[in-house]
Design a binder for this molecule. Sequence first.
Ligand code: GDP
Ligand code: MG
Length: 336
Amino acid sequence: MAVAPLGPQGLIERVLAGEPLALARAMSWVEELDEHADALLAALFPRLGNAWRVGVAGPPGAGKSTLCCQLARSWRGRGLRVGVVAVDPSSPLSGGALLGDRIRFRDLATDPGVFIRSLASRGSLGGLSLAAGRVADVLDAAGFDVVLLETVGMGQVGEDVRDEADTTVVMLVPESGDGVQAMKAGLLELADVLVVNKMDRPGGADLLRQLALAGARAGRPAAGESQGAAPAWEVPLLGTSATSGEGLGPLSDALENHRQWLRRTHGGRAEDDVFWRRRFLRLAETMLVRNFRRRLAADAALAGTLEAVRRGERALGPLLAEILERHGGGPVAPSS
Ligand SMILES: Nc1nc2c(ncn2[C@@H]2O[C@H](COP(=O)(O)OP(=O)(O)O)[C@@H](O)[C@H]2O)c(=O)[nH]1
Ligand SMILES: [Mg+2]
């Protein structure tokens, strides 16, 4: 059967109805920010703010996908619609990790109340985690109740995903080295809930103890914003075994507690000015950069000008000012 080309208008209705094929296409558009993405994101924007975004960060092999499956199953059991966005810069699209996830998520993959999307390492404008945020937006607007964001929580990727999530689980395992190491990497600072997974393996209990001793439970202000007199969130430290499901009940409770705490301190997402402002600015910045790049790419004179700068015949400052003036703002003509 031939599939008619679908413009943004036709797609929006189907995305909002949660149709899987429409969701997949919409996600490709927003991930790559092609020219259809602008109209789509504009239509979706007012519908954001209802999904609970739960980040799951931790080193490769920690059990993040396994945990996401378990959480997705338990939320499905309560009738919630669940999206999973897996961000793995270390695994190319055809990589084994993704294949493994597909197999693990197999029972969920046929469930219309679940949508799973993997973002691979190929370049996404504004970085992989911003692309993940936009993909989460599609699920949010389509009425998914929870969106899980799975990521290796290292460095910038981890921090960006922390910004995209309402509640972040940081997962450590005995194999990932000692907790002090993780603390140095800044991973623990991302945690709203701290989990030691693979408690069935040697070293699990030790790591848990070590983290407790190291003061991993230190509270921090909500989402880095000043909250006035609002009580600080105490980061709970929990042990799990994602494969057997041990410890998942307390983890679910801890996540729910954090969600309730967010509601008390921030109000619902729909009323949270910080959320709207942040999402708006991120989109605006990303699109500005995209448009600027497109215009630069179409500027035939640029190579010659750069060459003149390289030879010292032109000063860089005035050239930059000129290029920003010429290409900096306004819409860009759709590429043919
Ligand atoms: N023994 C044990 N193995 C686990 C546990 N959780 C996950 N695994 C296994 O660890 C491997 C990596 O898990 P995966 O979920 O793909 O980790 P990810 O890379 O963080 O997504 C898989 O073989 C899982 O079956 C656990 O609690 N205990
Ligand atoms: Mg995984």
